[in-house]
Each structure stands twice: as structure tokens, then as C-alpha cells.
Design a binder for this molecule. Structure first.
Ligand SMILES: [Zn+2]
Length: 351
């Protein structure tokens, strides 16, 4: 694929995923005319000499772009500088631009442009196919070199495999994993997914919420991948703990449709069915009359309305802590923070 060079800071239909570095190149044009003469077009010879120099500078810049693995160079600036010396005037044509990596998956015109393939594209594709094949074996352990390649070549197509491996290793029950592999995966997992764009990363992470719901929620929090639309597809009563765990994260930007979906989530939470119930206290049982909570685990405790079960669980698991809807105090705290967020967003988005 050719390197696209543009004076704009963004590229229609493509997402800039990484800024590599600022590239500059200069070409000297020897002449004895003034710059104004060149631009007025009065002297065709020097005008074409200048154009040739400009083309040469562009080729140089492209080559520098290839060398650093860029997909495009954005924000291109051209400078003409006049230098005097030894009785002659020279011009320096300088080009400055920022080399970037692109996600072109939504940019068909670039994707289909296959008249040339750069060596780095070829190498990337080769690495991806090789690694994908290896990772089809669930026991394949990614090496230091594999991780270098995955991060340097932005092998995002491997994201579902890497996520699957992460969930597997993250589970406390897996104990026979080599420490080296686990450490590499934990060190590189977050940087890898952070280098992806928000929607692509969310597609992968929310693509499997059943293998390890709390592992998924943890990843969503670490990557700040709150995704109202995807959470709205999970709004069944049996998913309540997962849904609430997903509400702690943020997303890069909030829109009105996001706010509407967040209200839908609040509505779902407010209408969660009771899993426990209240009974009238007998007066002597707990030394006071009034309402008793029978939680979904069948414990009876004397609490205020809306309170949480105070029964101690077996095997050192602490206090039961469920309220009449089967939610813990920590979960109620998350919900209340989320509702505040919705209120603030309302005031910011609907002024
Ligand atoms: Zn209980």
C-alpha cells in the first residue's frame, strides 16, 4: 500500500491509531532569481526546477515514512526558504509532516489500492498468519519475540485470541501456566488493547462476557471500555451483577444516544425484581419489632428498609450483604455513582 500524504490532520474514513514521529526533509534548489519571480510564473525554467525539487522532497518524505512503518503522513507543511551566499540566491524546499499508523478497515478506497505492497505490509501479514495458526492451539504460549512483533506491527487481528488466552490465564483455577508466559501476557495485554481503537477493542472484549464475567468487567475497567450499546444488550435480570460491574468504567466521549442508553440501564436497575422479601418481626426474635429481611440465600436479619443482610457466611466468606434485590452495598455504591454520571451528562448534553 502506498503512503498517503495530506495537509489535513485527519483522513476521511480512517482512524489514526498511533502517531509515530514528525518527519522532515529538505531539498536545496540553486538559482539566482527571487522567490517572487518563481511564483509569478514569469520564469518557466526555474518554476519547473522548483517543482522538480518539490517532487524530490515528496519522494524523500515518503521513503522516510516507509522506513518508520507509517501508513500515512498527515499535517504536511511546505516551507520555502531563501538563502543568500557567494553572490547567489538558493532556495530550500522543506517538507514537514507527521507519520501515523492508520486503521483503514472503514476506508474501502485505501484498502482496495493494491498495486504495490510494502515490505512491512508483507511482513505484517506473514507474522499475523503465522501467529494466528500457532494460537489456534489453546496451549500455545506467546514468547517475548511474539509480543515484540504483535506490538510493533499492531497485529490487532489477533485480539480475540489474545483475549481468550487472557481470560484463561486470569482465572485463579489455572495453576500450571508457566510464570513467564503469564507475566508477559499481563504486562502486554493492556498496552496492546489500548493501541486499538475503542470500537474494535469493545467488539472483542464484549464478544465474550460469559467465560469469566468478572474478568471481563475488570478488563473493561482497565481499558475504560464502557459501552452503553453493548451493555444494553445484556439487560436480563440474571446478568445484574455483570451489568453493574461494567458501569464503573468510562468511555472516551459521550453522545446523546449514549445518554439515552444509560437511562435505559438505570431503568433496568430500578426495575430489577426482588430476590428476597420482607416479613413482619415477631418482636422477641431480634429484640425489636419491625421489618425483617429474608435475603435470597434465606437468611433472616433485622435491617432498615433497603438494608443489607447481616448474616455471616460459612468458610470465612464474610458478611452476606445482599439486599432485597440481591445486591451488595458496593454494588449500590456503583449504581449511585452511575446515576450521578447520568445526571451530569444530562445537564451537559441537553442544555
Ligand atoms: Zn443473606
Amino acid at each position: 500500500m502506498d503512503i498517503l500524504i495530506t495537509t489535513t490532520d485527519s483522513i476521511e474514513g480512517a482512524t489514526i491509531t498511533r502517531y509515530i514521529e514528525v518527519l522532515r526533509t529538505s531539498v536545496v534548489v540553486g538559482t539566482d532569481l527571487a522567490l517572487t519571480d518563481l511564483f509569478s510564473g514569469t520564469n518557466r525554467k526555474y518554476s519547473s526546477q522548483l517543482n522538480n525539487s518539490y517532487d524530490r522532497a515528496m519522494v524523500n518524505l515518503k521513503m522516510k515514512g516507509f522506513a518508520v512503518g507509517a501508513d500515512a503522513i498527515v499535517g504536511l507543511h511546505t516551507d520555502f526558504e531563501e538563502i543568500f551566499g557567494k553572490g547567489k540566491t538558493k532556495f530550500v524546499v522543506s517538507l514537514v509532516g507527521t507519520a501515523v499508523k492508520l486503521d483503514c478497515s472503514r476506508m474501502p478506497s485505501l484498502k482496495t489500492q493494491t498495486d504495490t505492497v510494502s515490505a512491512s505490509t508483507l511482513r505484517r501479514q506473514h507474522l499475523m498468519l503465522t501467529l494466528r495458526k500457532k494460537m489456534n492451539d489453546d496451549n500455545y504460549a506467546l514468547s517475548v519475540d511474539d509480543w515484540d512483533n504483535i506490538l510493533n506491527y499492531s497485529l490487532w487481528d489477533l485480539a480475540p485470541f489474545i483475549y481468550r488466552r487472557y481470560l484463561l490465564l486470569n482465572k485463579a483455577t489455572v495453576s500450571n501456566v508457566p510464570l513467564q508466559e503469564k507475566k508477559l501476557l499481563l504486562d502486554n495485554f493492556i498496552p496492546f488493547f489500548k493501541s486499538m481503537n475503542y470500537n474494535d477493542a469493545a467488539d472483542v472484549i464484549y464478544g465474550d462476557v460469559t467465560t469469566d464475567p468478572y474478568g471481563t468487567a475488570d478488563v473493561v475497567n482497565k481499558l475504560q471500555l464502557f459501552h452503553p450499546e453493548k451493555i444494553c444488550s445484556l439487560l436480563q435480570p440474571e446478568n445484574k451483577h455483570l451489568v453493574i460491574a461494567l458501569l464503573k468504567a468510562d468511555k472516551p466521549n459521550y453522545s446523546l444516544p449514549d445518554l439515552q442508553r444509560m437511562r435505559q440501564i438505570v431503568d433496568y436497575i430500578d426495575n430489577l425484581p426482588d430476590t428476597g422479601h420482607y416479613i413482619e418481626g415477631k418482636g422477641t426474635l431480634f429484640g425489636k419489632t419491625g421489618t425483617l429481611l429474608v435475603c435470597e440465600r434465606g437468611h433472616t436479619s433485622a435491617v432498615e428498609l433497603g438494608g443489607h443482610c447481616t448474616e455471616t457466611l460459612d468458610r470465612g466468606l464474610g458478611i452476606c450483604n445482599l439486599n432485597v434485590k440481591g445486591l451488595t452495598e458496593a454494588e449500590i455504591e456503583v449504581i449511585s455513582m452511575f446515576k450521578q454520571k447520568v445526571d451530569i451528562l444530562s445537564s451537559l448534553l441537553e442544555k
